[in-house]
Design a protein around this ligand. Structure first.
Ligand code: UFG
Length: 328
């Protein structure tokens, strides 16, 4: 049985879906602070907060988990600068509760949702795994701390882990059952689609004076399904007795904000009014992954690397959920 922590959130719920499709036994733990109960398409569900160490311990004692996948964290970079305590509490202290319970109950395999934000301002692009880690905000710092904790837990307690450093996760279930549902939404593609569906009047483009061909920031957009497939490969690697590893996860292709905007206009047929705005603090000009290592070592190949397809899946979801109640 696999424990999916944060399985009611955007990425976690797609992971639960994929594990169930593979016929695996799944147990979701989520406090529903940002996730949605109805996004968990099957398996067991436990509403538990990672801050509640005794409850986490009791769950760990009650089942035989083959591995734990950890998606539960706070993810908004700007908020992390304003309220670092929340990020070190949720992303570091609460993750320690989980890891210590795993060690106590001899659950020895862990897949960790890390981020490109651990690298800080890129010194070279594309970014490979060995790029220096100099996070420039508490969100990135909190994720890098856990990567360090995992290295030490591996050494001291034999805990095996795979850290997957996501670039820009996006898209939705190709069959349209689940998708991105952040509230408030801060990510580019869902915001553009909310304009297309009439939920927002326009999109702010944060800066047109970056040193890129069209002046807008370049990012590496990776389909949620491809991202989850890498987790399956990671768990199989650890179950087969593999050692701890860390991988950068992106398509290796960068698209500018302007290119994404034009793709959304093309796919939705909506004009998408734009408000040119100042740069958003802390946005590097270009973030693109070098994912050679995960391709070579795990045989990972993205299936949905085409940006049009990513936007089509996200658009189908936006049209479905635009009128959904915001209940959890
Ligand atoms: N952008 C806009 N207007 C918006 C929203 C975003 O122009 O309304 C721009 C941003 O400035 C950025 C690009 O669109 O250049 C993508 O922004 P997102 O907020 O969608 O994604 P980020 O690249 O900022 O963030 C992602 C993850 C974070 C992670 C970060 C660095 O969502 O969790 O990459 O790895 F920290």
């Amino acid at each position: 049985m696999i424990l999916v922590v944060g399985g009611a959130g955007y990425i976690g719920s797609h992971m639960v879906k994929l594990l169930l499709a593979q016929g695996r036994e799944v147990c979701t733990l989520d406090n529903l602070s940002t996730g949605f109960r109805d996004a968990v398409l099957g398996g067991e569900f436990h509403q538990i907060d990672l801050a509640d160490a005794p409850a986490v311990d009791a769950l760990m004692a009650s089942r035989r988990f083959d591995a734990v996948m950890h998606f539960a964290s706070s993810i908004v970079v700007g908020e992390s600068v304003k309220d670092p305590a929340k990020y070190y509490r949720n992303n570091v202290a609460n993750t320690l509760n989980l890891l210590e319970a795993m060690v106590r109950h001899k659950v020895g395999r862990f897949i960790f949702s890390s981020t490109a934000a651990i690298f800080g301002e890129p010194q070279r692009v594309p970014i490979d795994e060995d790029h220096p880690k100099q996070p420039v905000n508490p969100y990135g710092a909190s994720k890098w701390m856990i990567e360090r904790v995992l290295a030490d837990f591996g050494h001291a307690y034999g805990l095996k882990s795979v850290c997957l450093r996501y670039f820009n996760a996006c898209g939705a279930d190709p069959e349209g059952r689940i998708g991105e549902r952040h509230d408030p939404e801060t990510h580019l593609i869902p915001l553009l689609l909310q304009v297309a569906s009439g939920r927002r009047p326009n999109i702010s483009v944060f800066g047109r004076d970056y040193p890129t061909p069209d002046g807008t920031c370049i990012r590496d957009y990776i389909h949620i399904e491809d991202l989850c497939t890498a987790h399956l490969l990671a768990v199989d690697h650890l179950v087969a007795g593999g050692d701890s590893r860390a991988f950068n996860l992106g398509n290796g292709t960068g698209f500018s904000v302007q290119e994404v905007l034009e793709t959304v206009r093309r796919v939705t047929g909506h004009p998408i009014p734009v408000v040119d705005s100042p740069r958003r603090e802390g946005d590097p000009a270009r973030l693109v992954a070098d994912s050679t290592r995960v391709r070579q070592q795990f045989g990972w190949t993205p299936r949905y690397a085409d940006l049009d397809l990513i936007v089509r899946h996200a658009w189908a979801w936006e049209q479905k959920c635009a009128g959904m109640p915001a209940h959890r």
